[in-house]
Write a protein that binds this ligand. Sequence first.
Ligand code: PEP
Length: 244
Amino acid sequence: MRKLIAGNWKMNGTSADLPQLTELADSHPNPAVDMVICGPATLLSRMAATGLSVGGEDCHTKVSGAYTGDISAQMIKDTGADYVITGHSERRIDHGETDALVAAKTEAGWAADLHVILCIGETEAQYRAGDTLDILRSQMDGSIPDAATAATTTVAYEPVWAIGTGLTPTPDEIADVHAALRAYLSNRFGEDGAEMRLLYGGSVKASNAAEIFALDNVDGALVGGASLKAADFSPIVTALENSL
Ligand code: PEP
């Protein structure tokens, strides 16, 4: 499985930001890793037209129907996208998404032939209480469907307290958590679990990327703020390529 560097633009970006993608594509015409930018639904078609791999940030569980304001995985696929994020903490927390709903959205993504980047992560209170691994195992139990394979699914570990804060766990903490996640995935999914990509996410930037990518069981990153500008994201892509 190739390593994966994924950006998440969240609710950012209008037409004026599309040149960032052209700049990124021009800087990495032949990346040695998989590179994807997940963006707002309003931009996805135009993002895909740049030739970059793109993804949605969320999807509905259903293909179509009376769900005002929602976007189905098929609609995301129709834009030219190949990926979708499910279970981001901003969906779990701000929109009350349960593990069961994340699992259903993940299956919807697969059904539309989208590769799913499924996010898990503990809150600051859970981290301080020493409950990180229990929380992550319970999120994986509930939100990763049994049919997950390495080809269809990537798991992103994103401590909620590290997202957009400039804080990160120590390299040892990331390595310990990723080792535990790998053990869980291998135990549950066998060979597929051993191969399934594990991303770290939370305040990744050019200055800390190389150190994080050097860790065992870190197969790439999910990057929020530093994915908005090609000048910030490009060195992170290069750091992952250099880790190979
Ligand atoms: C994210 O939103 O998935 C994320 C990791 O954000 P940031 O890189 O800004 O912390």
